[in-house]
Design a protein. Structure first.
Lengths: 205, 378
């Protein structure tokens, strides 16, 4: 198995095999990050493709000053943010996330359905954060990157990253009550009677 | 709350754990890769500078052309395809493999050269490597003469539909992507996707080694000796964790045809009961032909797959499994035994054994033993 630095050099030389190998080694990481950044399944393939096209176009600029994975995260985050900006300028159609969820989960056990609802609700909340806060939150809480690594990915000082993380977490905590699936978790974790539901009409279900 | 965390913070932790554990829906990587690799990409920065850089592509084309010309002068098998047309494509894309006949010789100069067999496989010679086509039929085979070759193969329900031979060693595809390099007196094999079998070139479906994704190995030219690293295994029925099942003797069917794969393995019925008085059998081949083996194997694979899927009715959880299935077929075509390595659930194996009892291969003098790697999903 070729070592990564050698593969990268071969990519810079235009070696198709090396391109393919880089794609195969890192595609799952990119896919996972894209999914977590966007929370959607619809455009995943197009976004992943765009990420690797961008990687192939700009790999000649990779100097090896940071880890390749850090550089790849940076490209991925940039592509996702660019696509989100582009999407904002287009008409928005209401997504049918709940309907899709319901139909997809019809045959699943109850706990899996509940988990799917919690995950979908979380992504809705995440979508309400600013791009910058969402990026650092996902990279830290879901991808496990340290603030200093995130700083290299997003090109901001470590202190800024820590600040964004703090506010992202605070906003999410404040928003939890607005999603019934997540509020239910809060209730389970405390005394169910002491936390009134913000959506009483759904209590009957 | 524990450790001073508020209920909201605990709830956030829980949902974050849910999100981390959420499986990622894998797209069709093969299709995405094909799209990506067909997109225009920047070429070598240094390729256009310097004498060799400027003449790299023409030299690759010249080598291909020289090989084609030599072959045209000394044809051994079928006539060479219109190579001149292919040469024109070297600089801009892969050669059309469907225009290369048996014996066609391809050499890469300073640049790699790709050959595409539409819908089947795409292989790429590293710079300086050379290879020739040795079979273009059902089992596409490329003979690597020197250097290294990487291949990406379109998944096919049949196994070993693409192979690379180096001297006496055959590297056959069970999966999708791998790389083979000839170095001195060894063959180096790296598997980046799926599974490949390494075996003597003189045999088919009798692997000595099975290499799975991420593994590699170094092998002698006999296809039998070698060492492996990573997720690879030596086909050794005595040592591998496996489950060996003897199949109760089925009535011999010297003339029986292979039954169609059953739709529901649990309800397999031998549709062709044995005639009590069989007519004298014609002269039998020593071993079943490759086509006969493949036909029988397809039916057997269908049985195992059906049993695996059937076991899904009790659970809605998506499960995938990979196992090597070795079948021993007697001379009369009946399946004598089956080995699962690693073992499957007992209920799946029981179901498979019951189904395999009703599968009949073409009769032969010696019978045969062969192994397939199955990727089972439900």
């Amino acid at each position: 198995m070729s070592e990564l630095p050698e593969l990268i050099e071969r990519c810079k030389a235009g070696d198709d095999y090396a391109f393919r190998e880089v794609f195969r080694r890192h595609r799952s990481d990119v896919l996972r990050l894209v999914q977590r950044m966007t929370g959607r399944a619809a455009d995943l393939e197009d976004t992943v493709q765009e990420v690797f096209l961008q990687v192939f176009r700009s790999i000649k600029d990779f100097r090896g000053q940071s880890r390749f994975s850090t550089w790849l995260y940076r490209v991925t985050v940039n592509v996702v943010l660019m696509q989100r900006r582009a999407a904002r300028s287009r008409p928005i159609f209401n997504e049918t996330a709940d309907e899709t969820l319901a139909s997809d989960h019809r045959e699943l056990p109850d706990d899996q359905v509940a988990r799917g609802r919690r995950v979908a609700a979380f992504y809705r909340l995440l979508d309400r954060l600013s791009d910058k806060k969402r990026a650092v939150f996902v990279l830290h809480e879901l991808e496990g990157l340290s603030p200093s690594e995130i700083a290299k990915v997003v090109g901001a000082p470590v202190l800024t990253v820590r600040t964004r993380l703090f506010y992202a977490r605070r906003e999410l905590l404040a928003l939890l009550a607005e999603e019934p699936a997540l509020h239910l978790v809060v209730r389970e974790l405390t005394n169910a009677d002491s936390v009134p539901s913000p959506v009483p009409e759904r209590e009957s279900t | 709350m524990s450790r001073g965390l508020s209920p909201e913070e605990l709830a956030l932790h829980r949902v974050l754990r849910d999100v981390r554990e959420e499986p990622v829906i894998e797209p069709d990587w093969s299709e995405l890769e094909a799209r990506l690799m067909s997109a225009p990409r920047p070429r070598a920065r240094a390729a256009a500078s310097g004498f060799f850089g400027r003449f790299a592509l023409p030299s690759a084309a010249l080598l291909v052309g020289a090989g084609a010309a030599l072959f045209a002068l000394f044809p051994r098998h079928a006539p060479v395809a219109p190579i001149t047309k292919a040469i024109a494509t070297v600089a801009v894309g892969p050669l059309d493999g469907d225009h290369l006949n048996v014996g066609a010789h391809v050499s890469a100069g300073k640049q790699s050269v790709s050959v595409e067999h539409k819908g089947r496989a795409r292989w790429t010679l590293d710079p300086g490597a050379s290879a020739s086509i040795s079979d273009v039929g059902e089992f596409l085979t490329v003979h690597l003469e020197s250097g290294a070759i990487s291949a990406s193969v379109v998944p096919n329900p049949k196994s070993e539909t693409f192979a690379i031979e180096v001297e006496g060693t055959r590297v056959a595809v069970h999966g999708t992507a791998f790389r083979v390099e000839k170095t001195g007196d060894h063959v180096l094999v790296e598997v980046t996707e799926g599974t490949v079998a390494v075996e003597p070139a003189s045999t088919h479906t009798d692997p000595s080694f099975l290499l799975r994704r991420g593994s590699r190995g170094s092998f002698g030219f006999d296809g039998r000796s070698g060492t492996v690293e990573g997720n690879a295994s030596v086909v050794d029925r005595q040592k591998s964790p496996q489950s060996h099942r003897q199949i109760a003797a089925a009535p011999a069917h010297p003339e029986a045809k292979l039954p169609s794969p059953p739709a529901t393995p649990s309800a397999i019925v031998d549709a062709n009961p044995s005639p009590s008085a069989a007519a004298p059998a014609p002269a039998l081949p020593v071993q079943p032909s490759i086509a006969d083996i493949e036909a029988g194997v397809s039916a057997a694979v269908e049985v195992v797959n059906g049993c695996f899927r059937k076991a899904a009715s009790a659970s809605d959880i998506r499960v995938t499994a990979s196992t090597g299935v070795s079948l021993t077929v007697a001379g009369d075509g009946s399946v004598q035994s089956v080995t699962f390595g690693p073992p499957l659930a007992p209920s799946v194996e029981d179901c498979a054994v019951a189904g395999l009892r009703h599968i009949t291969f073409a009769p032969s003098v010696e019978g045969a033993t062969f192994t397939r790697i199955l990727e089972l999903k439900r």
